[in-house]
Design a protein around this ligand. Structure first.
Ligand code: NAD
Length: 342
C-alpha cells in the first residue's frame, strides 16, 4: 500500500463510502467530476454517453475523427490527443482494442504519461481487454509518477484495470459488469463512476487481476459457445430441431449463456447476432484476440489449456476465412453448416 502513496488507507475508504452515499443521492463527487474518455468504439461510445447522462463533465478522444464528430455535434468537448485529455481530467478512462493500443495511449509521444512529468489525473481506469502483464506494467509505471497537485485523499496517481462483460447492448443500457484489479481503496473510490456505466462491479485483487478474470471468462465463453454449437449441429444431424434441443438444454444440465441468452443457431432466438446473419455483437476477431491473450498468459505461468488452445485455433481459422467481423457465435455456421453469407 505504501508504494501507492495513500496517506491513510482508511481515509480513502471513508471517502469512498461517502462517494457512494453521494452517488446514491445523485451528487457526483468532485474528485470524479472531470472525466477524460479515450476510445469511442462500439463499447466506449455508449459508456462515455452514459457518463454524460449521469452528469459527469466528460471530454473525449479517439483517433477516428468521425467518432469524435458525433460527440462534438452533441456539444461534448473533444481533444486531439491523450495528452490533451490528461491536461483537463481528474480521471481518465480508456476503452481500446488491445494491449498495443493501450500502451500507445499511455506511453506514446502525445500519450497520457508523456515525459514522465507530474500528472493532473489522480485516477486512471483501463477498461480495455488486455493481458494481465500489460495491466501490471502500466500500474508499475503509474506508481512511479507524481501528481501535479496532491489531493487530500491521494498523494500519487492510481490505476485500476477494469475490463467489462456484457457486450454492446449492456454498454448501451449501462448494465456492464466490471472486473476490477488494483488497490481496493481505489476500487471503492471509483465505484460510483463505474456504476454510472454498469450494474455490477467485482473486486478481483491486485493490479492485473481484473484483466486475468476477463480473459478467463472469455476463454470459458469461447469453449462453451463451440461446445453448444457442436451439440446443436450433432442434434440436427440426428434429426432434432435446434429449437427443440434449445428447450431441452435450457431446462437441463447443458443450459448455459450460449444456449439460453446468445443462441448461435439462426432462427432460434430473436435479437441475437445469429438472427441477423451474425452482424453486430462481439466480433470473432476480438474473441481470437482474447484467446490469444489467455494462451499467452497461460504459457507465461507454465500452464496448459488444451481446450482454450483448440478454441484459439478455431477462431484464428474463422478469421482467416473472412469471418473476422462477424459475431463470434458464427462459429456454429462456419464450423458446422458452411461459410457465412454476406
Ligand atoms: P472498437 O474497435 O469498436 O473500438 C475501439 C476504439 O478505439 C475505436 O473507436 C478506435 O478508433 C479507438 N482507438 C484505437 N486506437 C486508438 C488510439 N491510439 N487512440 C485513441 N483511440 C484509439 O472496440 P470495442 O468493441 O469498443 O472494444 C473495446 C475493448 O472492449 C476491447 O478491448 C474489447 O475486447 C473489449 N470488449 C468488447 C466487447 C464487445 O462486445 N464489443 C465486450 C466486452 C469487452
Amino acid at each position: 500500500m505504501a508504494g501507492f502513496g495513500w496517506r491513510v488507507g482508511s481515509k480513502l475508504q471513508r471517502w469512498g463510502r461517502s462517494c457512494l452515499r453521494s452517488f446514491s443521492s445523485a451528487v457526483i463527487p468532485s474528485h470524479l467530476e472531470n472525466v477524460g474518455f479515450i476510445g469511442l468504439g462500439n463499447m466506449g461510445s455508449h459508456m462515455a454517453r452514459n457518463l454524460v447522462m449521469a452528469g459527469y463533465k466528460v471530454t473525449v478522444h479517439d483517433i477516428n475523427e468521425n467518432s469524435m464528430k458525433k460527440f462534438a455535434d452533441d456539444g461534448i468537448p473533444t481533444k486531439q490527443s491523450p495528452l490533451e485529455i490528461s491536461e483537463t481530467s481528474d480521471v481518465v478512462i480508456t476503452m481500446l482494442p488491445s494491449s498495443s493500443h493501450v500502451l500507445d495511449v499511455y506511453n506514446g509521444s502525445n500519450g497520457l504519461l508523456r515525459g514522465g512529468g507530474p500528472l493532473r489525473p489522480w485516477l486512471y481506469i483501463d477498461s480495455s481487454t488486455v493481458d494481465p502483464q500489460t495491466s501490471r506494467n502500466i500500474s508499475t509505471t503509474i506508481s512511479r509518477c507524481h501528481l501535479k497537485e496532491k489531493r487530500g485523499y491521494a498523494e500519487k496517481p492510481m490505476i485500476l484495470d477494469a475490463p467489462v462483460s456484457g457486450g454492446v447492448p449492456a454498454a448501451e443500457a449501462g448494465k456492464l459488469t466490471f472486473m476490477v484489479g488494483g488497490l481496493e481503496e481505489t476500487y471503492i473510490a471509483a465505484k460510483p463512476l463505474l456504476l454510472s456505466m454498469g450494474k455490477k462491479t467485482i473486486y478481483c485483487g491486485g493490479a492485473g487481476n481484473g484483466s486475468a478474470a476477463k480473459i478467463c471468462n472469455n476463454m470459458a465463453m469461447a469453449i462453451s459457445m463451440l461446445g453448444v454449437s457442436e451439440a446443436f449441429a450433432l442434434g440436427q444431424n440426428l434429426g432434432i430441431k435446434a429449437s427443440t434441443l434449445t428447450d431441452i438444454f435450457n431446462c437441463s444440465s447443458a443450459r448455459c449463456w450460449s444456449s439460453d441468452t446468445y443462441n448461435p443457431v439462426p432462427g432460434v432466438m430473436e435479437g441475437v447476432p445469429s438472427s441477423r446473419n451474425y452482424n453486430g455483437g462481439f466480433t470473432s476477431k476480438l474473441m481470437a484476440k482474447d484467446l490469444d491473450l489467455a494462451m499467452a498468459s497461460a504459457t507465461g505461468v507454465g500452464f496448459k489449456c488444451p481446450m482454450g488452445s483448440e478454441a484459439l485455433e478455431t477462431y484464428r481459422k474463422l478469421c482467416e476465412d473472412g469471418s473476422e467481423l462477424k459475431d463470434f457465435s458464427c462459429a456454429f455456421r462456419h464450423c458446422y453448416a458452411g461459410k457465412d453469407e454476406e
